[in-house]
Write a protein that binds this ligand. Structure first.
Ligand SMILES: *[C@@H]1O[C@H](CO)[C@@H](O)[C@H](O)[C@H]1NC(C)=O
Length: 324
């Protein structure tokens, strides 16, 4: 289910709306209690409620049917790692991904975009706004971690997901998603290119991203933090490994590679270099045709250039935007 179809949007027919609203209430009540309580006392159990809210009504992986009757072959959870205070940036990113949830994309894969936030610290105004976003969009995942670089947020994210997502969404598939991605909030992903790159990739023991060194196609020791994916079995392994828990802290991208290397995991590695890269300029030649992602989009103007280049800003001539 894409987030433009989230049950928490107050659109759609009453028949659909009523049970979904009840679902939202059931799962969001613990959330609002949680958010209104002192967040320093955040517990893993409480953040679990928030995770459940986001997936409870999602269709099972492996046999997804969208409104057009297409079946998705596989599913990806994209966690955009960001901070509570960045409301306007989240709004922009939400639009950038909502606009890409086309029928062909939904037919090829289920791509759920969520925002991964640490609950500590969270100022009162951020807590209020985040709670509203969670209610309006249902795309917030709150983790029991401290929001500071390289203090184990990535570990908490991967290790927390199996409990938050409640195991298999579909008993047949055995997993809620085929892949889980961690992406920075200054990275723009082209979802169709990402899905196409993964279509024939292994679904298990898989680690995909921009590998370093770039030209190690077969087995790069780690993937750059701008954005990388793990197959679900590796997420479960991270959640259950004592070794990984001991090694949780460190420069997050190198550290993820270190866990996998130490654990003799991820024998399938897909190096998507150079298809995800740092922004250079607004010039067309500075964007690759085969782009999967553009990184280093810190300023609004860089987002604007990138979104314009990839035609996300193109209006239909018939749109009633102008009065001239
Ligand atoms: C954007 O749209 C224009 C006009 O349809 C097209 O020529 C161009 O190739 C598109 N750009 C990308 C990156 O898809």
């Amino acid at each position: 289910m894409s987030f433009i179809q989230k049950p928490c949007y107050y659109t759609g027919s009453l028949v659909v709306l009523l049970p979904l609203t009840l679902l939202c209430l059931i799962f969001l009540l613990p959330l609002s209690t949680y958010l209104s309580n002192h967040l320093a006392a955040a517990s893993g159990a409480a953040s679990g409620c928030l995770g459940t809210a986001n997936v409870a009504a999602a269709p099972a992986a492996g046999d997804i049917e969208d409104a057009g009757g297409h079946h998705s072959d596989f599913s990806i959870l994209i966690g955009v790692h960001t901070m509570a205070r960045k409301h306007s940036r989240r709004h922009l990113i939400r639009m950038a991904y909502a606009l890409q949830q086309t029928a062909p994309l939904r037919g090829a894969a289920r791509v759920d975009v969520r925002f991964a936030l640490c609950a500590r610290p969270m100022q009162p105004e951020h807590r209020a706004f985040v709670a509203m976003e969670a209610r309006a969009y249902g795309d917030v995942l709150l983790f029991d971690c401290a929001e500071s670089a390289d203090q184990g947020k990535t570990y908490t994210y991967f290790a927390g997901l199996p409990a938050m997502l409640g195991g298999a969404a579909d008993p047949g598939s055995g997993r809620p998603y085929d892949y889980v991605m961690k992406v920075d909030d200054d990275t723009f992903l082209r979802l169709d290119a990402l899905v196409e790159a993964l279509r024939d990739a292994p679904r298990e023991d898989m680690y995909c991203g921009v590998g370093l060194p770039f030209h190690d196609r077969a087995f790069p020791p780690f993937m750059l933090g701008m954005g990388y994916l793990l197959s679900w079995d590796l997420v479960e392994w991270i959640a259950s490994s004592d070794m990984v828990r001991r090694e949780a802290i460190g420069a997050e991208d190198v550290t993820t590679g270190k866990w996998l290397n130490m654990g003799n995991k991820a024998k399938n590695r897909v190096n998507i270099f150079p298809r995800m890269y740092d922004y250079k300029s607004a010039k067309a030649e500075d964007f690759l045709e085969s782009t999967i992602g553009v990184h280093q989009l810190k300023e609004d103007i860089r987002w604007a250039h990138t979104l314009e280049h990839f035609n996300l800003t193109t209006l239909k001539p018939s749109s009633k935007l102008y009065n001239f």
